[in-house]
Design a protein around this ligand. Structure first.
Ligand SMILES: [Mg+2]
Length: 432
């Protein structure tokens, strides 16, 4: 019998902060987006205060102070590392898993009989909590779509203790799931909250009187197929307990690598802009190498802040790289050339970005007859390996391309960022 579990970390970013600040347990906590802009994560206490997702922080300053809301800048080094720890822990329970997002994974728990699933799910919760400090909720079901719904129940109804299972009809393993309690559960779910439905389809379905997950499950196949393509029909089958969406164990190779950020404050000198673009290009090269990939195309873009008065300018340019590469110096040089084509003085820039595309595996790349770097390619690869090793050992940006600058006056505003407790030797948590 197929059983899929969706493991989802509770209020993930907030939970990461709490691991290293246990005094925050039970208190309202929010995490802000880049440049301390909007609320992107809330503890249950913050949700109870009525703080909404995406609210601009500056509008709520007084409210936050009055209610003693703890505020954090986003600390992606910490969240990324904690996520890797959670995923590694989950890997102990099954080799068949799909990492679905930074804080969610689907696990194949097939092979544990009916009684065993809930117990095993509970053991997974306890182990993740003990090994990483992160609380998780688990929903288990015969299909991924139902597992998503089960997970919502596990989270929203605390009486289940963080674990909720939707079973096959008792005694009929493999048969479509049907029961009065499941009907009631699906009755209570807005069709827009069904995994894969999305807002546009939800509006279309509502026009045809389909408002709940149960109504969608019971809609006629050919109607669904006509209106929502084969993907929509798969969703409907999955609601009926018939698996259509497999676990993706290997993530599809990415099409592009993007590094783009808003500046901490407006950038109005070409020197700062060149530094920022070089730093983003170097970061892209690093991401490529981590995936053992090379890119053959680079795109650079710059933009001013449309919400500020003053002249506006947005532009981008795309160029072919001399050959498919992941060499930092080559990519930074190309990014600088591209930037020179679109940079215009007299503007206050808010954001820039670098995107690499034409991505292929480094092992199978096309060599270029005219590649000026070809004779030194092996040396270049060794240099990049050394660079990555040093930065992995001593912390990101220990060795940088000089073009990316050292002062980084343009970098993000993060006034309330916690330390990189788990990824930097200098910032280890202290025990008093
Ligand atoms: Mg989550």
């Amino acid at each position: 019998v197929r059983v899929v579990a969706l493991v989802d970390c509770n209020n993930f970013y907030v939970s990461c902060e709490r691991v290293f600040a246990p005094r925050l347990a039970g208190r309202p906590v929010v995490v802000l987006s880049n440049n301390d802009g909007c609320v992107i994560a809330r503890s249950n206490e913050a949700k109870a205060l009525g703080i909404a997702m995406g609210e601009p922080a500056f509008k709520r300053q007084g409210f936050f102070t009055r209610h003693k809301v703890q505020i954090f800048s986003s600390n992606y080094a910490l969240y990324g590392d904690m996520s890797a720890r959670v995923m590694r822990t989950l890997g102990h329970f099954t080799p068949n898993m799909e990492i679905y997002s930074i804080d969610e994974a689907f696990l194949d728990l097939s092979g544990f009989e009916r009684e065993g699933i809930a117990a095993r799910a509970r053991r997974i919760c306890d182990t993740v909590r003990q090994w990483t400090g992160i609380p998780v909720s688990i929903g288990a079901a015969p299909t991924k779509t139902l597992a998503k719904l089960a997970n919502r129940v596990a989270k929203k109804q605390p009486e289940h203790g963080g674990v909720f299972c939707i079973d096959h009809a008792p005694g009929r393993p493999g048969s479509p799931v049907r029961s009065a309690s499941l009907d009631a559960l699906l009755d209570g779910v807005d069709v827009a909250d069904v995994w894969g439905v999305g807002r546009r389809y939800a509006a279309m379905l509502a026009r045809h009187g389909i408002r709940t997950a149960r109504q969608l499950r019971d809609a006629p196949d050919d109607w669904v197929r006509r209106r929502m393509t084969i993907q929509g029909l798969h969703t409907v089958y999955e609601l009926r307990g018939i698996p259509c969406i497999p676990l993706e164990k290997a993530p599809p190779p990415r099409q592009s690598v993007l590094t783009s950020r808003s500046f901490g404050h407006g950038v109005d000198t070409p020197e700062q802009m060149h530094e920022a673009v070089a730093a983003y290009a170097a970061r892209c090269a690093e991401k490529l190498r981590r995936e053992n990939a090379v890119a053959s195309q680079i795109m650079v873009f710059v933009m001013t802040n449309p919400h500020r008065p003053g002249p506006q300018y947005v532009n981008s340019v795309s160029m072919a790289l001399p050959a498919a590469t992941n060499h930092t110096a080559v990519i930074v040089r190309a990014a600088q050339t591209a930037l020179e084509r679109i940079y215009r003085p007299g503007y206050v820039y808010k954001k820039a970005g670098v995107m690499l595309s034409g991505i292929e595996s480094a092992a199978t790349r096309q060599l270029s007859l005219f590649d000026p770097d070809a004779p030194t390619a092996a040396k270049g690869a060794a240099l990049m390996r050394t660079l990555d090793t040093i930065n992995a050992r001593w912390g990101r940006n220990t060795l940088v391309c000089a073009a990316a600058g050292l002062g980084r006056a343009w970098s993000m505003r993060q006034l309330r960022k916690s330390a990189c407790f788990t990824t930097s030797w200098q910032e280890l948590p202290l025990v008093h």
